[in-house]
Write a new protein. Sequence first.
Length: 246
Amino acid sequence: MSIEQEAADKRRDPPRPAHPPALNVPGAVLATIVLLGLVHAVRTFVLGPAADDRLVFDLAFIPGCYETDCVGIYGRAAGAGFWTPLTHAFLHGDWAHFGLNAVWLLAFGTPVARRIGARRYVLFSVAGALAGAGLFFLVNPALMEPVIGASGVVSALMGGACRFAFGASRQFGESASEVPLLPIGRALADRTVLVFILVFFATNLATATSFGSFISGGSAIAWEAHLGGFAFGFLCFGPFDRRRAA
C-alpha cells in the first residue's frame, strides 16, 4: 500500500474519539464526599446519642470556648480550640445538610480540582474551612453554640471558580482548566461573575433574618462562615492556581 493510499484511508476513516468516563469527577472531590458521608453515617448508625453529642462537642467549632474554659467546666477535649476550626467541616446536622453540600462540592469542587490538582485542592479546601470559621468567630466571638458543616469549604470553591469558570472571556466548549485566571478587578467587572457574587451575598444575608430560619426548618445557618469562605476563595485563589493570570 502506497503512502498516498494510506493517507487517503485515514481521511476516510478518522479515529473514533475515546468515550468519556460515565462519572467524570476528580478523585479528590469524590474522596471528600465519601469521607463526609462516612463520618455522618458513623454518627447516625454507629454512635449512640451520648457518644455523638460528645463527638460534636469535641469537633465542632464553638467560638465562645476561646473565652470560656470549656475544658475545665464542660470536659471538652484539650486542644479542641486548635483543630475545631477545621474539623467542624466534617460534621453535618442531617442527611439533607450533607446532601446539599455534596451537590455543591460536585458542582464547584470539580472545576477547581481539575484546574489546580488534588494536592492544591485539599490545601485550598482546608484554608476555606479556616477562613469560614475565622469570620464566624469575628462576628460571634462569645457564641456557645456549635458550628458544623462544610459550607465554608463549598463557599471557598465557589469563590475560586468565579475567577476562571464564569467569565465572559471563556469561549464556548473551552475547558475551565485552560482559560486564564481573571484578575480580581476584571472578574468584578464581568457581568456574569458580578451577578453570581451579588446573588450569593444576597442569599446569605437573607439567611441572617427570620426568613433564613424558616427555610432551614428552624436551624440557624452560619452565613458568616459562607461569606468568609467565599471571600477567601475569590480573593486568594491566585496563589493556588497553576496557570498565569490573564
